[in-house]
Write a protein of this length. Structure first.
Length: 254
C-alpha cells in the first residue's frame, strides 16, 4: 500500500485517479490488521452477468439517486451505460485504469472477483496482496491485468479508447516514479517478505527484475506505450472468466 500511496499522491497532482487507499498494520509475519472500507462490496456480488457490469453500475447509481444527502448527477447518456450517473461512470473508469496499472507493475496475483471491490460511488479497488511479484496460487496464470470482458463491456467503442488512454497515461506517470519504486522494493530484499504464501517464496532479486521489466525501465515512452497497450489487448479472456466461475463454485460448496 506504500507504493499505492506514493503513486496516488503523484497522480492526483494532475487528475484524480480514483484510488481507494486503506490503512494496514503489521503485527508479525502471520498477523496484521486492515482498515474496513465502508459502503463497498465485492465485485462477485455483481457477477451474475459475466457479459457486463452495467446492471451493477446502474444499481449503484440508483442507490445514490435515492439518497437525499447525495448531490444529483447527470447520466452518461452514451453507450451501454447511458443510464449510469456520470460521476459513478467516471469513478469506475479512472479507478479501474489506475488500479490495473499498479497491480500489474507489482505483479499482484490471485485476482478473482472476491479480491476486487467496488464502492457505492463506482470506485474499484483491490484487496489481498498476499501473492505478489508475479506469483499466483493457480496452476495457470491468468491475464497480466485483471480485466474481464464484463468489466470492459460497460464502455462504448469511444469510451474504450478513453479507458485505454487513461491506462497508458497512468502507466507513463507511474514510470516517472520508477527510481522511488525500485529503491523501496530494493530495501525489502532482506526483509523475508513472503510473496507466495503457498510456497513460502520471499522477495528476491528476480522479483525486483520483474518489476523493472514491467516498468519498461530503459525504454522510450513510445516503446512503453506500445508495450502496455499490448498487455491491455490480451488481458480480457475466457480463462479469467473461467477462473472466476471456478472460484464462485468453490465458495458456494465450502
Amino acid at each position: 500500500m506504500q507504493i499505492f500511496s506514493l503513486a496516488e499522491e503523484a497522480l492526483r497532482a494532475t487528475s484524480d485517479p480514483g484510488l481507494t487507499l486503506y490503512k494496514t498494520m503489521v503485527f508479525s509475519r502471520e498477523d496484521g490488521a486492515l482498515e474496513f472500507v465502508s459502503n463497498s462490496q465485492v465485485l462477485q456480488k455483481g457477477s451474475t452477468d459475466f457479459d457486463s457490469y452495467i446492471h451493477l453500475l446502474e444499481d449503484l447509481s440508483e442507490k445514490l439517486d435515492n439518497d437525499p444527502a447525495i448531490e444529483k448527477s447527470e447520466p452518461v447518456k452514451e453507450g451501454p451505460g447511458a443510464k449510469v450517473r456520470r460521476d459513478v461512470f467516471q469513478n469506475y473508469l479512472h479507478s479501474l485504469a489506475a488500479s490495473s496499472v499498479l497491480t500489474y507493475i507489482l505483479g499482484i496475483g490471485d485476482r478473482h472477483l472476491e479480491n476486487l471491490m467496488i464502492k457505492d460511488d463506482g470506485r474499484v479497488f483491490h484487496i489481498d496482496f498476499g501473492f505478489a511479484m508475479g506469483n499466483d496460487p493457480f496452476w495457470f496464470r491468468q491475464s497480466p491485468i485483471k480485466l474481464t470482458k464484463g468489466m470492459l463491456n460497460v464502455f462504448s467503442d469511444s469510451q474504450k479508447v478513453t479507458f485505454v488512454g487513461k491506462v497508458v497515461y497512468y502507466y507513463q506517470e507511474v514510470r516517472k516514479l520508477s527510481n522511488l519504486i525500485i529503491a523501496h522494493l530494493y530495501s525489502l530484499l532482506d526483509s523475508n517478505l513472503v510473496v507466495n504464501p503457498n510456497t513460502g517464496a520471499v522477495m528476491d532479486m528476480d522479483c525486483l527484475l520483474g518489476v523493472i521489466d514491467r516498468l519498461q525501465i530503459g525504454k522510450t515512452d513510445r516503446e512503453a506505450t506500445t508495450f502496455i497497450e499490448e498487455i491491455i489487448a490480451k488481458s480480457p479472456g475466457y480463462m479469467g472468466d473461467f477462473r472466476d466461475i471456478v472460484h464462485i463454485y468453490r465458495a458456494k460448496n465450502k
